[in-house]
Design a protein around this ligand. Structure first.
Ligand SMILES: Nc1nc2c(c(=O)[nH]1)N[C@H]1C(S)=C(S)[C@@H](COP(=O)(O)O)O[C@H]1N2
Ligand SMILES: [Mo]
Length: 204
């Protein structure tokens, strides 16, 4: 004899799964498709919600860096042992600039690709005679916080698209995105893309 009841139950179950999957695609699609963005229910940040079309994970105000970041006397300190050089924003702008299309991928669940422009970190390392195997300690102006200090292994330092970014999407970097200068490197999680730079030091 045919068991029709389990069949019906199974069909109802499969239809239920299909409906849930469709609903999930509908509710999260805004993370992948711009035109679905208004229906983006679960994404912690909406694409394009921040300045320059990029989300902001922590603003300059929240990080308490406004005064230091906007200070006209700001200089990036670059150190290789006792050899120290300092670069104003004008100094950095006067150096050769490199463009790179790179994503910021935040653990909070968003990833947005943007056009970054700035100085190759490699070139700054050359300016203080750092060896090719140099790894770095990168420090933010931020007085405290989990992301104040970052370590960068040599393979990223050597990469032609690892930049001290000064511009984002063809505009000077917004304060909330790390003005006067931030790190952008390929293939590193967002937490390591340090904003509001203070210093870069060779550690090895
Ligand atoms: N100094 C500093 N840099 C930081 C952070 C921070 O809180 N302080 N947040 C990091 C995190 S978690 C992410 S995802 C990116 C976000 O960059 P955005 O705000 O420009 O999009 O910056 C990173 N750099
Ligand atoms: Mo993040």
């Amino acid at each position: 004899m045919k068991k029709t009841v389990p069949d019906t139950g199974r069909r109802a179950f499969l239809v239920g799964v299909g409906v849930s999957a469709l609903a999930l695609v509908g509710l999260t699609g805004g993370q992948s498709f711009q035109w679905l963005a208004p229906f983006n229910v679960f994404a912690p940040r909406q694409q394009g919600a921040g300045p320059q079309g990029l989300p902001v994970n922590r603003t300059a105000r929240q990080a308490a860096v406004n005064a230091l970041a906007l200070d006209a006397r700001w200089q990036l300190r670059v150190a290789n042992g006792t050899l120290v050089r300092r670069f104003s924003r004008n100094d950095l702008e006067a150096m050769p600039q490199t463009d790179a299309m790179l994503p910021i991928a935040c653990v909070e669940g968003w990833s947005t690709t943007a056009r970054w422009r700035g100085v190759r970190i490699k070139q700054l390392m050359d300016s203080v005679g750092a060896p090719p195997a140099a790894a770095l300690r990168i420090t933010s102006l931020e007085p405290r916080g989990h992301y104040r200090v970052t370590h960068m292994p040599a393979e990223y330092v050597r990469d032609d698209t690892t930049l001290i970014a000064l511009a984002l999407n063809n505009e000077p970097l917004d304060l909330d995105h790390g003005y006067p200068a931030r790190v952008i490197a390929p293939g590193r999680p967002g937490v390591l893309q340090t904003k509001w730079l203070a210093s870069i030091e060779v550690t090895s």
